[in-house]
Design a protein around this ligand. Sequence first.
Ligand code: MN
Length: 746
Amino acid sequence: MTQVSVQRAGTTKSVPDEEREKTEILNRYRGLLRSIRGERTQEETRAIRKAFNIAVEAHKGQRRKSGEPYIYHPIAVARICAEEIGLGGTSVVCALLHDTVEDTDLTLEDVRDLFGPNVANIIDGLTKISGLQFTSDSAQAENFRKVLLTLAQDVRVILIKLADRLHNMRTLEGMVRDKQLKIASETQFLYAPMAHRLGLYSIKTELEDLALKFKEPVIYEEISSKLKKTEAVRKRFISRFTLPIRRSMEHEGFTFEVKGRPKSIHSIYNKMLTKNVTFEEVYDVFAIRIIIDGESDNEKADCWKVYSIVTDHYQPNPDRLRDWISIPKVNGYESLHTTVMSPGGKWVEVQIRTRRMDDIAEMGLAAHYRYKESAEQNTALDDWMSQVREVLEDPSSNAIDFVNDFKLNLFSDEIVVFTPRGEMRNLPSNATALDFAFDIHSQVGRQCIGAKVNHKLVPLSQPLRSGDQIEVITSKKQQPKEDWLNYVVTAKARQKIKAALKEQKKKLAVVGREAMQRKLRELGAKVDDRNITLLTEHFKANTSTDLYYNIARGRTHVDGLDGTLVRNGRLVFPKKASQENDRSLEDIVGEIRGNDAQALVIGETLQQLEYKLSSCCNPIPGDDVFGFITNNEGIKIHRVNCPNAVQLMSNFAIRIVKARWKGKDTVEFLAGIRFSGIDAVGLVNKITSIISHQHNVNMRSISFESNDGIFEGKVMAFVHDTDHLNSLMEKLRRVNGVRMVERLGT
Ligand code: MN
């Protein structure tokens, strides 16, 4: 008897109570309907009911890993869409249907017939997205890109996907361990940043916390239990801290809410890791939020009024004032942040915003995003979407690069900068002037030769800061350079530069190859692979394409081959000549100086003595000079304004001797000039010709270093005296693009 009853109990348990489940499904459905905000048209209500019925039917008999009816999941996802993201009827319909095409007999065609093309397109995007894994595998990256194309057409695809992911994370308990890890990692890697980028702060935070919970359960539990233990202390502090503020605000007639939430578990853990501190050192770091209720015509003024109240009571840190109200973030975030000193000597961040701003901050701009056919006003989210679309539609971009670039943009914070006319542009932090140029227009980017930030000339690589005003300087002759890739951070700039470089290289390689073939024929050598290989080695190029490219760029000169031995059509190179040693300019100066050392007379009696010109200030005739008797190098001549002179003259007055130039001499002296400016095509040529032809100066050496579009050059040239040198420098200053000219060793 006992056995029978056990048997019966077991049987009853394993067959779910269908009636009870039906009631529960309906209850959850009603809860979903209640959670949808705002007015609903009859048509929408009908569509939602239809979607619900179809989903129930399609998922009939399916169960989740936890044993619950599968339909609980789409209902929950739909509810997150409505309640936590603030989406409307169409999204609720799509959320209810989101797993049908993938997991049931329902086809996309069925959905299109039943609900029209809009819903079908969203379901299509959702179905594709769910099949993806976000690793660095190229086929999957390509898939990801395709889906993002869909996303760019309708942002609801990604929003519903986020709701789906959030519910899966909330119910991850039932999964096996390796599935948990995979889903949690994906969430951390892609969905949390995406939620952040779209301004869904609370979803982002929850996703991060849940990911940590499953990836690092021990740490998660530890932090979460410590947070619970310290809750009372925190509450007491917040209540004491906010008391005077609350009183003043009530006095001013504000209705408001004050929240003081601790940081998320994930962010506490992150801080502990990155700053290498203990829980005790970070747990009490939190922000106090003041939310102003009620309708207001002037939200901005209200927020600043509250700011004034807060700072009446507590001393603010002027460096930590953030005004996201005048300039909202790209994802729509608006808030006024200040950090003030609490009586206990601790900095406390206070966030001031209206209820509307708080809604956007919690649920994202998506909550307020309208999906009408007509062209809407350009919201910041639109801008972001159109950027994503632009990158996606670029056929030259490679899928893996794209994913990486996209991730880059997802993770980065942003800055706000201005055009010369005061137009605002949002860029990721660490964006450079070059990123800015490409952000304005790809043409502007490609022809960018320099930029003025706040009216000052800066290298293209200089990271911009919020509030900078940037003027881009362009030249029609400019072309994108390879090193540009080292200092752009935006996906758009990277794509455009890479595409342009590829194009350039292709064109140039053809030109270079032709020049090479011409030269081979001229030398009577065969144009064949063997000779090309010999040449590639001879010119130390990695590949023949690189060689052609270098020839076309003028880095490698085919004329250098004149006189090369050719035997039976084969090039014969002599044994490698020993390399010219790389001596510094100073060495060369020193050597040459030593040769004509008789231009000075030294001492009271103006004797002809052996002397050396010092290398620290490079004196030339015309300079005010003095001699210094050294311990073991004889007399050294310094300029009076030499940086070392003051010290020498004050400490060793007794070893100073007079020195004077013997008047105009035919001897030429080597002098160095350093100059810098904006790198432009043909500039080296211009400078060289000024020095050698126009001024009749004999140039010893010239070196150029181009860095981020700013060049620095050094010229060593023979001059007669300071007058000669000065007039040469004056001419150089007048060259277009040259910004600074100075004598070496001043
Ligand atoms: Mn799902």
